[in-house]
Design a protein around this ligand. Structure first.
Ligand code: ZN
Length: 677
């Protein structure tokens, strides 16, 4: 399209646009007056008054000669003309957006130039451009106006860019002022072209603008493991209201990068944004029909068990863990206690042998829990907020805890987390906020995030002869943040599989017609905020006291932290019942889950931990064997009898499984390595 035609369309629109009243007192001017809403322009055009209607009115007027009808006709005609002018503008903005926007802004500036009071001229903002997924942005859209949606992943410190360069010609010394950051094509002083002379930027005479570079990552709701992102450049004034982890809609021009940054994330193109807005994420659509189904389901018996069965149905066994995960998904209630906030988030840790189902359990979370993010390796990504220095400036990078705010962060291999994350994750898990001080910078971001993490045993594999609690490779300060810790062993996994198979054959497969039902149920149940009743409080106190008294070997397996966890879990269970109160029933279900967990922590259950006596016995035998390079089985039996070591076969099995000894022929060799403490 010719420039002349573009100018014509702008003039026409300008003259007709009755809404656009340029006010002399811009102090009070509404920002909305300079917003061009593309969607509205298009819709108004599509809904514009039909000719039929005007003809009809005309006929009416001919008959009645009524003044009012005449006014109506005039009004309808005006609306139509405006709608048409807006649509013309819509079309040229779509085709040549940057050029048209510049022209509009120039015109606005000219209209207001007489007013010397105005220091910063207002500018037009174009909103509701065609929206594109970040992953779909490509070279076809360069120069086009697009709208994207995503989460702010990183923010840079404030940077400056040239918006009007003062280029000094080396030949004649003339200063050429050029808009943007590009060199002049030709010198206005001597007429030499860019390739015939040299232009040097005089930064003091150039006009600069403060801006920030942010990286916007596509919505985490998308079910994928890798997220695309784009670098966006924004005037600093826009950024003052936005922070890491915010969900935003941006309108801007897609451009190729001619600012040469070597940073990895700034791929070939970036967005020069002219508009940014927060948006409320619609987690999941729940229809009235869904609510009906959810309410009906909520009246069933053993609701938690039934819901847990829908979680990762392909992974057999692990019923208790699945129950805990469902409770975590809805969460407890945030409360105030003596002026401090008590979190409602439930944190769960799975510690397990390699090859067990723990990763699959974590990955599956995305299918059931709104706002859930999975990361496969805590060392590969930041968990909290990282400050990085790229090329010439600092950036703040939001980690998983920030991005999964108000949801669940599923973190595999938590034991490999970066040292710099350890401190911040503590605070985040307890207070729901990330707070990083570094040098002169202080940055905070909300991280009201539940953690579902996995970790490996200290030695890579559980040693059945040692206490589980001794085999966790995470510092106790972090362990204390978890409401529930589960230990998964190879053997138990196997048993689970067998049992589940048997059950499936017995009961027939339970199919759920709507695969999204669990997610909808969770999203709906989250909205409840049940209060604890006296009855429930008494029940917790009774059960708590009982467990403390029955603590084995003098060990007390329950503490005040566990008590808080019980309350949270009971609240979560009440939410699943869509109840406004926590009752005895909720407490009973939760203690059932806690009992298994506490049993694991205490050392009295054979299937989880080798009794201390048997373990001692094995250690005694090992000491004995250490005196020999190779010792035959018969000889071991003789020596054991002398030393009073009982059940030699079990002791040998444990030592073998623990790789302390190796079986060779009819005897054993003590391995040189030492495992653990
Ligand atoms: Zn020159």
């Amino acid at each position: 399209m010719k420039e002349k035609d573009i100018d014509g369309i702008i003039e026409n629109w300008w003259a007709l646009n009755l809404n656009l009243r340029i006010r002399t007192d811009l102090e009070g001017a509404d920002e909305k007056e300079f917003i061009i809403d593309l969607k509205k322009f298009k819709e108004d055009y599509e809904n514009r008054i039909s000719n039929d209607m005007i003809t009809e009115l005309n006929n009416l007027y001919k008959e009645y000669k009524n003044e009012e009808i005449l006014n109506q006709i005039q009004e309808k005609l005006n609306e139509k003309i405006i709608a048409e002018a807006e649509y013309e503008l819509f079309k040229i903005i779509t085709q040549d957006p940057e050029n048209v926007l510049n022209k509009l802004n120039e015109k606005l500036k000219k209209e207001l130039e007489w007013d010397t009071e105005i220091k910063v001229f207002p500018k037009f903002k174009i909103i509701n451009a065609p929206e594109l997924e970040i992953s779909k942005l490509n070279h076809n859209y360069i120069g086009k106006l697009v709208q994207i949606r995503g989460v702010i992943k990183t923010i840079s410190e404030t940077l400056n860019r040239v918006i009007e360069g003062a280029w000094v010609c080396k030949t004649c010394g003339h200063i050429n002022y050029v808009e943007g950051d590009k060199k002049p094509k030709i010198c206005e002083g001597c007429g030499k072209k860019r390739n015939e002379t040299e232009f040097n930027l005089d930064i003091n005479k150039s006009k600069l603008q403060s801006f920030k570079e942010i990286i916007v990552q596509e919505n985490i709701e998308a079910t994928k493991t890798q997220y695309d992102s784009i670098c966006v450049i924004l005037n600093e004034e826009y950024m003052s209201k936005f922070g890491l982890g915010d969900k935003v809609v941006l309108t801007g021009f897609l451009k190729t990068s001619d600012i040469q940054r070597k940073t990895q994330w700034l791929k070939e193109f970036y967005m020069d944004a002219i508009w940014i807005e927060k948006y409320e994420e619609k987690i999941i659509e729940i229809t009235n029909e869904d609510i009906e189904k959810i309410r009906e389901f909520s009246r069933k018996e053993n609701i938690l068990e039934k819901l847990a069965r829908m979680y990762a149905p392909a992974i057999v066994g692990h019923e208790t863990i699945k129950k805990a995960i469902v409770l975590q998904a809805v969460g407890g209630v945030i409360k105030m206690k003596k002026g401090t906030k008590v979190r409602g988030n439930i944190h769960i840790l799975l510690i397990g042998d390699p090859g067990t189902a723990k990763s699959q359990l974590l990955i599956w979370n995305k299918n059931a829990v709104p706002k859930s993010i999975y990361v496969s390796d805590a060392s590969g990504v930041g968990l909290t907020i990282a400050i990085t220095k790229s090329d010439d400036h600092l950036t703040w990078d939001a980690g998983v805890m920030v991005l999964a705010n108000e949801g669940v962060a599923c973190i595999d291999e938590l034991d490999k987390m970066r040292p710099e994350d350890r401190e911040a994750i503590h605070v985040a898990m307890e207070q729901g906020i990330i707070d990083v001080h570094k040098a002169k910078y202080h940055i905070t971001a909300p991280a009201n995030t539940s953690v579902l993490a996995s970790a490996n045993p200290k030695l890579g594999r559980f040693d059945p002869s040692k206490l589980f609690t001794e085999q966790i490779s995470l510092p106790p300060t972090i362990l204390n943040r978890f409401d529930l810790i589960f230990f998964i062993m190879d053997k138990i996994d196997e048993e689970n599989k067998e049992r589940e198979l048997a059950l499936k054959i017995l009961n027939g497969l339970e199919e759920n017609e709507d695969p999204q039902f669990l997610m909808k149920y969770i999203a709906y149940a989250r909205n409840f905020s049940p209060k604890i009743t006296d009855e429930a409080t008494n029940e917790i106190a009774n059960k708590y006291a009982k467990i403390r008294v029955s603590g084995n070997n003098g060990k007390i397996p329950i503490n005040a932290r566990n008590l808080e966890a019980i309350v949270r879990l009971a609240e979560a269970h009440a939410k699943l019942r869509l109840s406004e109160v926590v009752t005895k029933q909720d407490v009973d279900v939760v203690f059932e889950i806690m009992r298994g967990y506490l049993a694991q922590l205490s050392n009295d259950i054979d299937s989880f931990v080798i009794p201390a006596k048997v373990r001692e016995n094995a250690m005694k035998l090992l000491d004995l064997l250490k005196g020999y390079n190779y010792i035959e089985y018969n000889r071991i039996m003789q020596l054991a009898e002398v030393e009073g070591i009982e059940d030699v076969d079990t002791a040998l099995r444990i030592l073998k499984e623990n790789r302390e000894i190796e079986e060779i022929g009819n005897g054993y060799v003590v391995r040189g390595e030492s495992y653990g403490t």
